[in-house]
Design a binder for this molecule. Structure first.
Ligand code: PNW
Length: 523
């Protein structure tokens, strides 16, 4: 009895800890789907194998290794190119409904253009897609996850208007070769971020820096390319292939730094510059007024004869409006936003245009990445904001995840996963039309400028082992249970992780309960 009481207490305490999640309901709707994701450059490896061409990240990591935190590259990374069968077995074991991966443009079209298709790439992606389908997993395919063929970058990349045609040609090859089996297409992943690389951001492409100009040219052409791929799919493929197509936009939640009107307006303005700049043209039509006005005013002050933000023609506005079957949302964190002024010495500048500063310090739970704090409430806020702003669109969460402190017992990831799923359930209860949740990432992989210094995976990958052994972390087990149960069962950590302590815990709970009943009976 003396041993049992503390053990029962520990078990009850861990149960109570789960209760802190404040669930509104822990069950997911019947048609709700779960997945996980990777991207080609971050995980495939085989960077120059069987005809793959060079892309902008191959170029950056090979020529400017000092720009990567550990000087590394993704020449091999997880080597998913050589592990299709093993990886699909892992996905099957995890029990996901779908798997989000991206096609490497320079693997499929080594020269960037569609006149030469790499047979090996067609074989590889067919093999992957078929393996997924044979295991009951639906493929969700991203066409562009930041890895532009270097040859196209030399021609100006996303700042060259001809990229709209080059991208459409590439999309056409992908639809023709894989579309008969792909249910979900995503044209672009987080264009806000890769477009900022044409401005002030230190990212690939590395040699273009045209702040307040290149970033807007990029987003303009991305929107035209997205709409072009959407119309191509709708007109030539949709009736036979019956898939759907959307774009994945990243949104943080911006909380005003103070209660001042200026900071409240700054937080709203930042959402419009970051998310609205892409979503408004697709869901409402044209850029948001505030973005158009501010860039036009600044451009005029700087002596430009026209706005640095390109204008859409009325025909283009109609062409882009409505060009998405779903809103792909990547959510990671919230931030504190304050009104400018921006500390930038020269104009023009994207940061000066929006005139918002992000407070470097905030009180929320930290992670190994400085910009990523644990803010599940921000996830709920973003989902509700999207519902109100864009007339309740169909939303797929296309990314959500957190790095761990390099441990297999990744409780911080479990906490992040559970609290974000709880926030998602609350958003559903408030009428948000969200139907999918994708955890980033399946594997520890190459995290862009941070190299391998941070680990986002449900599975650890041993990067010094030539066979790149994968091993599940504790979070993989929890995600598996959530998917299997279709609910956020509160005490599943102690009930079903298979470990000896959980068996002990359950025995203690049962015996403890019986003792209490027995004592009550005696009384
Ligand atoms: C997203 N930032 O990227 C991407 O879609 C993934 O490829 C990436 O691995 C994941 O989020 C985790 O970072 C981001 O510096 C990369 O603010 C960097 C930032 C944001 C998102």
């Amino acid at each position: 009895m003396a041993v049992l009481v503390p053990l029962v207490c520990v078990c009850l305490l861990s149960f109570a800890k789960g209760q802190n999640l404040e669930l509104s309901s822990d069950e997911f709707p019947e048609d709700f789907l779960f997945g996980t994701a990777t991207s080609a450059y971050q995980t495939e490896g085989a960077w120059n194998v069987n005809g793959k061409g060079e892309n902008i990240w191959d170029y950056l990591t090979h020529n400017y290794p000092d720009r990567i935190a550990d000087g590394s590259n993704a020449d091999i990374s997880c080597d998913t190119y050589h592990h299709v069968e093993d990886d699909v077995a892992i996905l099957r074991d995890l029990g996901v409904d779908y798997y989000r991966f991206s096609i490497s443009w320079s693997r499929l079209l080594p020269n960037g253009f569609s006149h030469e298709i790499n047979d090996d790439a067609v074989r590889y992606y067919n093999f992957l897609i078929d393996a997924l389908l044979n295991n009951g997993i639906t493929p969700m395919v991203t066409l562009y996850h930041w890895d532009l063929p270097q040859i196209l970058q030399k021609l100006g990349g996303w700042s060259n208007v001809n990229i709209v045609d080059y991208f459409t040609d590439y999309a056409n090859v992908a639809f023709e070769n894989f579309g008969d089996r792909v249910r979900y297409w995503i044209t672009f992943n987080e264009p806000d971020l890769f477009c900022e690389a044409y401005g002030a951001l230190e990212f690939a492409p590395i040699e273009v820096k045209a702040d307040g100009i290149g970033d807007y040219l990029c987003s303009h052409h991305v929107l035209l390319a997205h709409a072009s791929a959407y119309h191509l799919y709708n007109e030539s493929f949709k009736t036979t292939q019956r898939g759907s197509l959307g774009i994945a936009l990243s949104s943080r939640w911006y909380l005003p730094n103070t209660t001042s009107v200026e900071d409240i307006e700054a937080a709203n303005r930042f959402l419009q510059f970051k998310v609205g700049r892409f979503a408004h043209p697709i869901y409402i039509g044209d850029y948001p007024e505030i973005v158009k006005n501010l860039v036009a005013i600044r451009s005029q002050e700087e002596g430009f004869p026209y706005s640095r933000l390109p204008e859409f023609t009325p025909t283009e506005i109609d062409y882009i409006r409505g060009s998405s079957d779903f809103f792909g949302l990547n959510f990671y964190t919230a931030e504190l936003a304050a009104n400018g002024p921006q500390n930038v010495p020269t104009a023009p500048s994207y940061n000066r245009d929006h005139n918002v500063v992000i407070e470097p310090e905030n009180p929320w739970q930290a992670t190994p990445i400085s910009w990523l704090k644990v803010t599940p409430w921000g996830f709920q806020e973003v989902l509700i904001w999207l519902k109100n702003e864009y007339s309740n669109p169909l939303i797929f969460v296309t990314e959500n995840g957190v790095p761990d402190a390099e441990n297999y017992n990744d409780e911080e990831r479990i906490y992040y996963l559970r609290t974000h799923l709880s926030a998602l359930l609350s958003a559903i209860a408030e009428g948000v039309n969200v139907k999918m949740y994708t955890f980033w990432s399946l594997f520890d992989n190459f995290e862009w400028d941070l190299g391998y210094t941070v680990k986002f995976g449900l599975y650890h990958v041993n990067m010094s082992d030539p066979s790149r052994t994968r091993e599940p972390k504790a979070s993989a087990q929890i995600y598996k249970q959530i998917i299997n149960n279709r609910r956020l069962i509160i005490n599943d950590i102690s009930v079903d992780n298979g470990g000896p302590e959980s068996i002990l815990c359950n025995i203690c709970l049962i015996v403890g309960g019986l003792l209490i009943v027995f004592r009550n009976y005696l009384n």
